[in-house]
Design a protein around this ligand. Structure first.
Ligand code: SF4
Length: 332
């Protein structure tokens, strides 16, 4: 497959992508048929060095595509209207050159508007940022608590080692200095739903603070009886507890809440084989691969709710902070 795809790509003319409209545009504007994959979340592999109890994309295999195959699928997505690519995991920075080259390709050759990454912060290096940071718009770092004990209790650590919080601040600082937007992702569970995070979030100064209600997915985090590697059932909070967390932090403009309902079906999730993951039935079912059936057919398997995507503010100002680079301290 890799060789075939590579020769196909090198034979391609330089593409000029015309971006179609998303649902929700004005009535007078032409609308595309079917779903436009405007914002795609790609999970290139499932390997992770952390062991968060609530994880819903666990290390069930060690696969990763040959990079030329991954690029070909991204080319097809760009032609279908993708404007933003988010890479998540597993811990994506365990394959630093792979993700760096994917971002370079998306920005320089596909002219994608925005590239972002969700990671736990532990494997980011300044060397990587100096090499590939010019192609990255948003760095999302996962941090559920500013109490070291709480992070350890949730499994948000490498082999039980402390240090996650310092690392989050360090990576955020590196990104701010390079004009890369910082986002913080927090999962709310029984361990942190009554924590005061206001001062720490202010110090981190993220463009968005995504606050997720702990979510169960069969086959990932609902215990051995569903074939899961994790069990998050004892971490679940009620809707009232989640709302109490949101109310307490409502003075922070950057807070974007995501209840289980808002999360459900509002993401286009692409697995390590370039198959969309369908979560409609409370688990994650892989569809057919883009590499085998193309984007239009693969999207039919995704169970994606475009209205939910718009409602949860899935489209935002997702480009790098140009103003932050005006002091001339950066090469890009
Ligand atoms: S950091 Fe935690 S939630 Fe993220 S992939 Fe690793 S184990 Fe899962």
């Amino acid at each position: 497959m890799a060789t075939l795809v590579s020769s196909f790509i090198s034979a391609l003319p330089k593409i000029s992508i015309s971006i179609p409209f998303v649902t929700g545009s004005k009535d007078s504007e032409p609308k595309p048929e079917g779903v436009v994959p405007i914002s795609v979340n790609y999970f290139p592999h499932r390997l992770c060095n952390y062991s968060c109890d609530f994880c819903f994309h666990t290390t069930k295999n060690l696969k990763i595509l040959p990079i030329e195959d991954a690029k070909y699928a991204l080319l097809l997505l760009a032609q279908a209207g993708m404007k933003k690519l988010n890479i998540s995991g597993g811990e994506p920075f365990l394959k630093p050159d792979f993700i760096g080259e994917i971002f370079r390709y998306c920005k320089e050759e596909l002219h994608i508007e925005s590239c972002s990454i969700v990671n736990n912060g532990s494997k980011v290096t300044e060397k990587w940022l100096d090499t590939y940071g010019e192609h990255l718009d948003v760095m999302a770092i996962s941090c559920d608590s500013f109490d070291p004990e709480t992070n350890l209790r949730q499994g948000r650590s490498e082999n039980g080692k402390p240090g996650h919080i310092d690392r989050v601040f360090e990576v955020a600082d590196w990104c701010h200095k390079r004009g890369i937007k910082v986002k913080i992702n927090t999962v709310v569970t029984v361990h942190n739903w009554n924590e005061d995070m206001i001062d720490s979030i202010r110090q981190l100064n993220p463009c968005r603070w995504k606050v997720f209600q702990c979510l169960l997915l069969d086959g990932e985090n609902t215990g051995a009886e569903t074939g899961s590697l994790r069990d998050a059932r004892r971490l679940l909070i009620t809707s009232e507890q989640f709302q109490a967390f949101l109310d307490y932090h409502k003075e922070l403009d950057c807070l974007i809440p995501e209840s289980n309902e808002a999360m459900k079906d509002s993401y286009l999730l692409l697995d390590e084989d370039m198959c969309f993951l369908n979560c409609q039935d409370g688990n994650k079912i892989s569809g057919r691969s883009i590499l085998q059936v193309g984007v239009e057919e693969a999207l039919k398997d995704a169970g994606f709710d475009e209205k939910q995507f718009i409602d949860r503010k899935g489209i935002f100002d997702w480009k790098k902070d140009v103003k932050d680079q005006s002091d001339g301290s950066l090469d890009w």
